[in-house]
Write a protein that binds this ligand. Sequence first.
Ligand SMILES: NC(=O)c1ccc[n+]([C@@H]2O[C@H](COP(=O)([O-])OP(=O)(O)OC[C@H]3O[C@@H](n4cnc5c(N)ncnc54)[C@H](O)[C@@H]3O)[C@@H](O)[C@H]2O)c1
Length: 333
Amino acid sequence: MHRTADVTAHQPEKDRMRSFVIGGAGFIGSHLVDRLVQRGPVTVFDNLSCGRREFIQPHLTSGAAQLIVGDALDLDHLARSIADHDTVFHLAANPEARHGLLNTRLDLEVGTIATYNVLEAMRRNNVYTIVFSSSGTVYGETDQACAEEDLGNLPISLYGASKMAGEAMISAFVECFQFRAKIYRFGNVVGPRGTHGAALDFLNRLKADPSHLHVLGDGRQSKPYLFVTDCADGILFGLDHTPPEQKLAVYNLAPPDTTSVARIAELCVHASPNPNAAIHFAGGDRGWPGDVPRSRMNAARLKRLGFQLRMTSDEAVTAAVSALAEQVFGPPA
Ligand SMILES: NC(=O)c1ccc[n+]([C@@H]2O[C@H](COP(=O)([O-])OP(=O)(O)OC[C@H]3O[C@@H](n4cnc5c(N)ncnc54)[C@H](O)[C@@H]3O)[C@@H](O)[C@H]2O)c1
């Protein structure tokens, strides 16, 4: 019921969407590009710091998409590139919240300032529709299942803070310059082409040392995990189904259930060449300062519009570990 409208390449030119995807060579971005090419021409703008050309290569080869290698911190390059598009998807960011502990300017630059640059580049070119990838980290630490209107707890990581700053700036551009915006607060996104995250980290550790797996925290941290194709479908569903009079829409995008870190570790060990590897937990209730150990999200707003996820959190993690294990260890013998 939730699938996005079947839009083919045979539409009249005037009805085709000209998408500009910042961070489109990355994990989530490349899955989104897989869908956007059905709606019209796509430009991917990516500095390839984390993303990979090969993720979008079929669309580059077919001519459905073009890649501009550029940095969102270069406002003039971004502004020149954004001209003649109509919808901007902004997915570029620091890939790992914990990197903000090592470099405290990172989220300010690739999060907050890059998001300002995107909005300003759009404003200069009269491009007014933005889709922003925010995160459940904006809710900070709470034991409640957070709904969109529950922003009572402020973020506790520099990454989460930069997402919140980005959302606030988007709201201001909507009000001051007549932008239209969709903001998505994702749970933890997992799946094939993953570039970071706990499962990939565990699998890489098991490749380096097949005898044991060292896990940060006590393993009881638990979060909602969203399969990446559900993520891309949810983004487009919200884009297609938000009432046209609503200028700014904010959606949680996550399953209602959660999966523990211990469960992810077990699945990774099981998928590794040594399913008897021992798991050692470092202890403590969280992986690192700023990590929210237990989070749940309420995505009823998108559901009320008719969107349904295909996978629960556990199903998403199981499918992702199997895809990532193949990425790390090669196809099963
Ligand atoms: N993966 C998750 O679990 C998750 C959860 C919540 C929110 N998000 C958000 O979704 C978005 C996409 O995440 P992802 O998991 O696909 O990460 P990713 O790192 O795979 O993708 C980000 C892409 O942006 C590019 N990029 C980074 N900085 C750039 C810059 N300054 N200029 C141009 N390109 C730049 C990278 O090369 C990469 O291709 C991010 O904004 C992230 O914060 C992700």
